[in-house]
Design a protein around this ligand. Structure first.
Ligand SMILES: Nc1ncnc2c1ncn2[C@@H]1O[C@H](COP(=O)(O)OP(=O)(O)O)[C@@H](O)[C@H]1O
Ligand SMILES: [Mg+2]
Length: 342
């Protein structure tokens, strides 16, 4: 393009030179006029060529910039891909770590009752053996027999209690490991499901003299996992019964369900003794319990948390003030995503 333009200009300059020679015999002002025109044209050609050069340089710079931009875009894309991969790895290792902690915890927890049951059983075995020896020697004194009966009663009760405790731990462990993908998914009415769950819990609540105030927005139908929701609610209510009140204190529990756009908000509160701030950070950890040794496995809230963030694809949070009570909020989408995050 510039090349053609330059050639045409050169031709014009040649023609102008020829013209200048042809007007050599013309009056001075004509000759001067031609020369002045040629000069002007030359200047303009020079200026034009300079501009063409500048424009070429600018074009080159633009191409470089585009190239650089493209390189940076690819770099940014690569970085994003790496970041996503790292994030996925972190999530995975976090899951493995929590699974590892869980398995170690289960082994540790089950160890105690199984160990106690074992030593009781062996103690009982010794006592029976001794009794058999005395029996065969026909040498059983009445007080010896009474002592034996007392030992046998105590130890078998201990064996039974500890085996029950181990069985309960195994049951809660099975709940944790529940395969979420196989949990039943279906459309359901939240208010109806919540009422059902609460009525299944009402014998336990009545026993403690607790009352429940239900405020469920009617007609909120969702597509998701009713089993998970019911399990979460059960764990929360059972916790209020077990942890929130001193024996004899009657509690007021409340449950509010609302639809907020595409989200369902479930707010559950008790007016019990609350959870101290230092514990609040740990209540969702597996095996965190303030009731060790008296029935607590510390898995209830861990299970609830996993169900809320897993199948329900939502959140579970807790607010509590010591002396005033505890509030749990479950927030989850009306329609659970196709592939519930694991
Ligand atoms: N409603 C509540 N009021 C007071 N404390 C609670 C309440 N819910 C849970 N907690 C505290 O959180 C801990 C963990 O609860 P959870 O995971 O269900 O285990 P567990 O019930 O077996 O102790 C409990 O031991 C208790 O200290
Ligand atoms: Mg519990």
């Amino acid at each position: 393009m510039a090349f053609n333009l330059f050639a045409a200009e050169d031709r014009i300059l040649e023609e102008a030179e020829a013209l200048r020679l042809r007007v050599a015999d013309q009056p001075e002002e004509v000759r001067d006029g031609v020369v002045a025109l040629m000069e002007a044209f030359r200047r303009s050609v020079r200026e034009q060529r300079r501009l063409v050069k500048v424009s070429d340089r600018l074009q080159g710079q633009l191409a470089n910039l585009n190239h650089e931009l493209e390189r940076r875009r690819t770099e940014a894309e690569d970085a994003l891909a790496r970041l996503e991969e790292t994030q996925a790895n972190l999530v995975q290792s976090e899951k493995l770590a929590s699974l590892g902690a869980l398995v170690a915890g289960v082994a540790h927890e089950i160890n105690t009752p199984v160990g106690i049951a074992l030593s009781c059983a062996s103690h009982l075995d010794d006592a029976v053996r001794e009794m058999r020896r005395l029996f065969e020697a026909d040498d059983i004194a009445i007080d010896e027999f009474e002592r034996f009966m007392a030992t046998a009663g105590d130890t078998s009760r201990l064996v039974l209690a500890n085996c029950e405790r181990a069985a309960a731990l195994i049951r809660s462990f099975k709940q944790v490991a529940v395969d979420r993908t196989s949990a039943e998914r279906r459309p359901f009415d939240v208010a109806a499901s919540v009422r059902e769950t609460m009525s299944s819990l009402s014998p336990g609540l009545r026993l403690g003299g607790h009352t429940v105030e239900l405020d469920c927005q009617p007609g909120v139908s969702v597509d998701g996992f009713p089993g998970a929701l019911s399990q979460i609610l059960t764990n929360l209510v059972m916790n209020s019964v077990v942890h929130a009140y001193e024996p004899g204190r009657r509690g007021r529990l409340s449950l509010v369900v609302r639809l907020e756009g595409e989200l369902v908000r479930l707010v559950y509160s008790d007016d019990g003794k609350g959870i101290p701030e230092t514990n609040l950070k740990r209540i969702f950890d597996p095996f965190f319990t303030t009731r060790r040794g008296s029935g607590g496995a510390g898995l209830g809230l861990h299970i609830a948390y996993n169900l809320a963030t897993g199948p329900l694809a939502g959140t579970l949070s807790c607010d509590s003030t010591v002396g005033h009570g505890t509030t749990f909020t479950v927030l989850f989408p009306k329609v659970a995503p196709e592939t519930a995050p694991r």
